[in-house]
Write a protein that binds this ligand. Structure first.
Ligand code: CTP
Ligand code: MG
Length: 437
């Protein structure tokens, strides 16, 4: 990794279109749905947090209703955070038109495009990862799905005409991922009848392109009605994260789950530990200081192959160690050039996603920073918020000095030690789901 890079995306060639231009008629708040507050933040803020927490995009285009200063400001603030490039465009009268506006604003160099509904505001990072991985593995179209729990009937007037076999039905979510060229062609050649398409996969199906499915997640539900908003608020108010989606036996998911032991099935926590140390940059090659996801103006930076954020890196290793999924070098080392130069925040978001993919939910992460500089206390809350946002789990950070002893005491560098607690989530991967008819 280059020395002291600016934070950047981890997935070159991946763009995300977030459609947020709808009116929210069914929610009935009289304002665009993306602007409706949920747990103190707009639905668009939640949706952008979810996209950024996934850490998969080089560029994000947010499609907004016309002349909406509040939502434009939300996008501008997200863009100022220093992650992927984020821009706003104005949408159209239908979802399809809005997606098209977003596609037009994307650079032509992308390999993969994900299209996501802002209304699916609480979508976990794992869904983004599964969809993006499916496209990276060669599928032209990948959509996240869940089994259908209700029996579904087709009706004409008030008479039932048919009952499709529920086992063959899936409820479809977003983000939907596509080979960039195939999606652009599908939108360019879509006929007028597709103006009313409710998702982008329909356009691919119409062209005979195979659309593959991966596991969705119940938390990726679409806020459509007042009840959905109540559910979203309840989810946000909970301290623990909801259980994972059951495994869809038809899934092409590429996720790798860790081996589960009896203690995991009993819900016992696993603990992990991580350490990182970096020397201060030499005087003849000064560098900015990045620590705990924040930039520290006027402080001496650290040398190393990354931005040297020992707090974030120790937190990543603690997570990997707890889940038994290797370490920093395995996931973000030289064999993974897409992570070259990634910021500490981006790496921690990606690490949390990998641990969740492996079948764990994160209880907490604690990090202790060891060093003489910077004086940490005044920015503790800011740092904890930045890393908790990245991990979508509570991160607490303490700081100490070593009484002048050792490399940190002599002021040669800084160190961090982290612990993490994770708990196995979801159903036993060895036990296929039974149809609940
Ligand atoms: N959408 C959009 N442009 C439109 C219509 C919809 O960008 N002209 C977006 C919505 O903002 C939402 C997603 O598409 O994120 C899914 O649409 P839906 O849930 O139907 O949202 P609304 O159209 O806003 O809601 P309603 O249909 O109840 O008016
Ligand atoms: Mg709509």
């Amino acid at each position: 990794m280059p020395v002291n890079p600016a934070p950047q995306s981890v997935r070159a060639g991946v763009g995300v279109v977030v459609v947020a231009a709808g009116s929210g008629r069914r929610l009935g708040h009289g304002i665009p749905k993306a602007r409706v507050l949920c747990g103190g933040l707009t639905l668009l803020e939640h949706a952008l947090r979810a996209v950024l927490a996934a850490g998969i995009a080089e560029v994000v285009v947010v499609v907004l209703p016309p002349d909406d200063a509040v939502l434009a400001d939300v996008v501008a603030r997200a863009a100022a955070q220093g992650g992927p490039r984020i821009l706003a465009v104005t949408g159209g009268a239908s979802r399809t038109e809005s997606v098209r506006s977003g596609l037009e604003a994307l650079p032509s160099t992308l390999r993969t495009i994900l299209v996501h509904d802002a209304a699916r505001a609480l979508t976990p990072p794992g869904v983004f990862h599964r969809v993006a991985a499916g496209v990276a593995a060669g599928a032209a179209a990948v959509i996240p799905v869940l089994p259908v729990v209700d029996t579904v009937k087709m009706v004409e007037g008030d008479v039932v005409t048919r009952t499709p076999d529920r086992a063959a039905l899936r409820a479809v979510q977003t983000p939907q991922g596509f080979d960039a060229g195939a999606l652009l062609e599908a939108h360019a050649s879509a006929s007028a009848e597709h103006a009313a398409a409710t998702d982008d996969a329909m356009l691919m199906e119409a062209r005979g392109t195979a659309v593959h499915v991966v596991d969705g997640d119940p938390l990726a539900f679409k806020v459509t009605t007042a009840l959905d908003l109540t559910v979203a608020e309840a989810v946000l108010a909970r301290t623990t994260t909801a259980p994972r989606a059951p495994t869809d036996p038809t899934s092409t998911s590429t996720r790798t789950r860790s081996t589960m032991y009896p203690g995991d099935r009993l819900g016992l926590p696993r603990t992990g530990i991580g350490t990182d140390v970096h020397a201060y940059a030499p005087d003849d090659a000064p560098a900015p200081l990045w620590l705990a996801g924040l930039r520290w103006e006027g402080e001496r930076g650290l040398s190393g192959h990354s931005d040297g954020d020992v707090v974030a890196h120790a937190a990543c290793d603690a997570l990997f160690s707890a889940a038994g999924t290797g370490d920093l070098g395995v996931h973000f080392g030289t064999g993974r050039p897409e992570y070259a130069g990634a910021s500490g925040r981006t790496l921690l978001a990606a690490a949390a996603g990998i641990v969740r993919e492996a079948g764990f939910e994160i209880g907490s992460i604690s990090v202790q920073l060891i060093g003489n500089r910077p004086v940490f206390g005044p920015r503790r809350t800011e740092a904890e918020t930045a890393l908790s946002d990245a991990a979508q789990a509570p991160v607490s950070i303490s700081a100490t000095t070593t009484d002048g002893l050792g490399l940190t005491g002599r002021g040669e560098g800084v160190a961090a030690i982290a612990t993490a607690v994770v708990v196995a989530s979801g159903s036993d991967p060895g036990e296929p789901d039974r149809a609940d008819r």
